[in-house]
Design a protein around this ligand. Structure first.
Ligand SMILES: Cc1ncc(COP(=O)(O)O)c(C=O)c1O
Length: 469
């Protein structure tokens, strides 16, 4: 099916409909096929587009007709202003990274890997098998499909050292992506008005989830090997917090990975404060020069609440994640999940499980590591050569992003606008700071765009940065 010819037919028929009276009959499909020299499938697609816009309606066996157009009059929703009152916190309805890319644009702003980095063959066959399975017709248990719970528990158990009791399947709650798991965990374990420590910078979605849950965020500065444990201890003492949200492996946006020493010291501090470490392991599958070592493998006393996402490594369309928590914390989170969403689609769970248990999955992950390394290095080389004013804070050992510090005088808004004018989309670093940014930064994602475009995109960024500084 040709999208462009279908759009061409839509736009031509729009002109025709604009001139036609309500009830006018469109030419038959066969006539349209001849007129536009297009296939019946392409014509049908155009008809469906116009139908979905409410401009025409098809009467089976009779034909397709122009619908009566109702005059749009401006409506007054003013009463809602009084009924809604001022919001407790103003959540933005979209963020830079979720913007769609215009045709021909180089998407360095977004967070999702290009489809060439996904296991497409495994995905398609897993979905076909899931569609034929019982999962397609039944509801799954609230905590998730038992086999998938086991898989998530097994992933952690495989990395757990001797002497630590690994989690079991019953500690796992399957999620429809980890974003809603963050919201549930903050609501269930921190609760409204209570303090929560967060690395700064950190994932914008976690900042939003904290605002949505009404928790009070205390930022802790972080660097290429994680936050300074003394700063974490001080923040616990000053805030009275009983929870710390962190990304110990390949943090979004910096790519930082905690050193073994930082991990041990922070876990000690968390335990000493009788607190939770809410570990967001979103990039477990995206190690480049190291592997992700979850802090959760070092704890069996229920201090680490571990969230693992498969969204970006399996498929953004099979959006499956899990939270692993022990003791009453797990019950609290499960109750929140039940209230928020009841259960996760069994078809998606079955497909995700199918993919990660195929022998081809491990082969895919090995290839992915090579591809990410090549993409990362090419973007680093391109930026170093063509945008020398942007300083790479550290070479990320994994993840999908470069985090670049700009000169203090850089005007971020101007930079982003000027790059966009030349079809290069970049993300201003501002959204990753829970409080004021510590300086001007940009985040460039090397997994989403065609790497062939990196050198030219870096030239655009370099020129725009010189003008904006
Ligand atoms: C650090 C981090 N946590 C969580 C998420 C959300 O993951 P999911 O798509 O599984 O909801 C993202 C998505 O970009 C992320 O970067």
């Amino acid at each position: 099916m040709d999208n462009d010819s279908s759009s061409r037919i839509v736009s031509d028929l729009l002109d025709w409909i604009a001139e036609a009276p309500a009830g006018a009959k469109l030419p038959s499909t066969r006539a349209l096929v001849t007129r536009y020299n297009a296939s019946p499938v392409t014509v049908q697609k155009a008809i469906r587009t116009l139908t979905s816009r409410g401009l025409i309606e098809s009467r089976p066996g009779v034909g397709t007709f122009v619908r009566a157009v109702r005059m749009a009059r401006p409506l007054d929703y003013g009463w809602q202003t009084a009924a809604l009152r001022a919001p407790q916190s103003r959540l933005p309805s979209s963020t830079t990274t979720m913007r769609s890319t215009p045709h021909g644009g180089v998407a360095l702003h977004a967070g999702y890997p290009d489809r060439e980095l996904l296991p497409e063959r495994l995905i398609r066959s897993a979905l076909a098998r899931a569609a034929r399975s019982d999962a397609a017709l039944t509801r799954s248990p609230v905590p998730g499909l038992p086999e998938l719970q086991s898989w998530f528990a097994g992933e952690l158990a495989g990395a757990t050292p001797v002497g630590i009791t690994p989690p079991t399947a019953s500690d796992v709650i399957v999620l429809p992506g980890s974003q809603s798991g963050l919201s549930s965990t903050f609501r269930a374990l921190v609760t409204t008005g209570q303090p929560l420590l967060m690395e700064s910078p950190t994932y914008w979605g976690a900042i939003l989830a904290a605002a949505q849950a009404g928790v009070h965020v205390f930022p802790v500065p972080t660097g290429p090997t994680g936050p300074d444990p003394d700063e974490v201890a001080r923040a616990f003492e000053e805030s009275g917090a009983r929870a710390f949200y962190a990304q110990p492996n390949y943090a979004n946006p910096t790519g930082a990975q905690w050193s073994a020493d930082t991990t041990r010291r922070i876990l000690d501090i968390v335990q000493a404060h009788g607190a939770f470490l809410i570990e967001d392991d979103w990039a477990n599958d995206f190690g480049i020069t190291s592997t992700s070592v979850p802090v959760a493998t070092q704890d069996d006393a229920g201090h680490v609440v571990y969230i693992r996402s498969l969204t970006k490594s399996v498929s953004p369309a099979i959006r499956i994640a899990a939270v692993v928590a022990r003791g009453p914390a797990r019950e609290r989170i499960l109750a929140d999940r039940g209230a928020a969403a009841m259960y996760v689609s069994g078809v998606l769970q079955a497909a995700a499980l199918d993919i990660v248990t195929q022998p081809g999955w491990q082969t895919h992950l090995r290839g992915l590591r090579q591809q990410l390394r090549a993409r990362r290095d090419l973007l680093i080389d391109s930026v170093t050569e063509h945008a020398p004013l942007a300083d790479l804070t550290a070479v990320p050992p994994g993840g999908l992003n470069l985090w670049l510090r700009l000169p203090d005088t850089a005007d971020l808004d101007q930079l982003v606008r000027e790059c966009e004018r030349e079809n290069v989309l970049i993300a201003p670093g501002t959204e990753w700071f829970p409080a004021e940014p510590s300086g001007p930064f940009i985040r460039l994602n090397y997994s989403g765009a065609n790497p062939g475009a990196f050198p030219d995109a870096a030239r655009v960024i370099g020129r725009a940065l010189e003008r904006a500084t």
